[in-house]
Design a protein around this ligand. Structure first.
Ligand SMILES: C[S@@+](CC[C@H](N)C(=O)[O-])C[C@H]1O[C@@H](n2cnc3c(N)ncnc32)[C@H](O)[C@@H]1O
Length: 349
């Protein structure tokens, strides 16, 4: 039987042992034997029941991780933005070269059935109403130079994105609002661990009606044949598409949800403490969907551009182990708010 592990998050700056007791001091069934802080010699900045966060350059953190130790990397690096965020953004022309060393390490640390889910936003070219293709170039380099497989391209629909650049969208009115970000789901081998049964949606009213009334076998105008067995909706839910709108708490591969959730514990505690809110968080729903789709409980999830620790907190909520890396200590510090009262209130998102 696993020993109960303290759920109280800890700040530990001086030693790994302060985060987790030495393996020799634990019984063979103690859950802390598996704690991811054991994988890296450096002391984490912050540790929780299932995870550890490190301050510094994540390239070094990745290099310190053993090969084939991580089941899923889900992350959102700084994009090649024209209007730069406080944490800095690489220029479009240098972006692929900047990112590839991270990608090489990510490929090395992933298990053979592991996945790399990369959220990346598009960007305008300077001075013209035309779009950069830097994120497509990156995708091609990840596949053709690093050797990842493109499992699926998914999308995050973010209706809260600002109508920018103002000159093209709100002043000259020659471009529409950009409301989508890309989520490249890549894998180390063609058959990564994945089960869409873990992310089923509730059946729609239409599906339920069809099931009740039954369908006759027919050929659609597209040529697809609908068999009579089509109406058996006993599979537990419908399969989510990679582009979908959804309710807040139903995981789907495209999320009709902004990242400005004003009432989550992170935002509330940042405001109370007078701490600046991270300027580019992704919604918890995004890592949640992919963690459920691509991992099992106790698997290891890594976010090397962790910001406010969204992915780590979601992983913990879903009983996955996690590791996070972030260059800016203040972002991690505020991210630890997500772990407050976690044991009492695990549904923080
Ligand atoms: C788009 S934000 C990620 C936000 C995060 N998904 C969240 O929900 O809060 C990218 C983050 O990468 C961090 N970063 C940039 N370069 C880094 C590096 N070399 N190592 C670690 N973190 C880095 C930035 O400080 C920034 O917080």
């Amino acid at each position: 039987m696993a020993t109960t592990v303290s759920t109280k998050p800890q700040f530990v700056r001086d030693s790994v042992e302060a985060a987790i007791p030495a393996a020799a001091d634990l019984s063979p069934h103690d859950a802390r034997l598996d704690h991811p802080a054991r994988l890296i010699l450096k002391a984490p900045y912050f540790s929780s029941r299932l995870g550890a966060a490190y301050v510094g350059d994540s390239l070094e953190m990745l290099q310190a991780l053993p090969s084939s130790s991580v089941n899923l990397v889900v992350t959102s690096p700084p994009y090649a933005l024209h209007f730069k965020k406080a944490y800095g953004n690489e220029h479009k022309d240098r972006y692929v070269n900047w990112f590839l060393p991270f990608a090489k390490e990510i490929q090395r640390v992933l298990t053979d059935d592991g996945s790399f889910v990369l959220n990346i936003g598009g960007s305008y070219n300077k001075g013209t109403p035309t779009r950069s293709v830097y994120h497509f170039k990156l995708l091609i380099a990840l596949v053709e130079e690093i050797g990842f497989h493109l499992a699926q391209e998914c999308f995050w629909y973010n209706p809260a994105k600002m109508p920018v650049p103002a000159e093209w969208v709100t002043v000259r009115r020659i471009r529409v609002r950009d409301s989508v970000e890309y989520v490249w789901w890549l894998s180390k081998t063609p058959y990564p661990k994945a089960s869409n049964l873990n992310v089923l949606k509730e059946y729609s009213e239409d599906m339920i009606r069809l099931n009740r009334n039954g369908v006759r076998g027919a050929t659609r105008p597209s040529g697809h044949v609908i068999r009579e067995s089509f109406d058996k909706i006993d599979a537990g839910g419908s399969i989510p598409p990679n582009v979908t709108e959804t309710d807040f708490d139903v995981p789907e591969s495209m999320m009709k949800m902004g990242n400005n959730a004003a009432n989550d514990i992170y935002t509330k505690r940042c405001k109370e403490a007078g701490i600046k809110i991270h300027p580019a968080r992704f919604p918890a729903l995004l890592p949640k969907f992919f963690i459920k789709l691509l991992t099992d409980p106790n698997d290891l999830v890594l976010d090397p551009f962790a910001g406010s620790l969204t992915a780590g907190a979601v992983a913990e909520q879903l009983d996955r182990r996690w590791i996070a890396g972030e260059a800016v200590e203040d972002y991690l510090k505020a991210g630890t708010f997500r772990f407050e009262d976690f044991a009492q209130n695990p549904l923080l998102f």
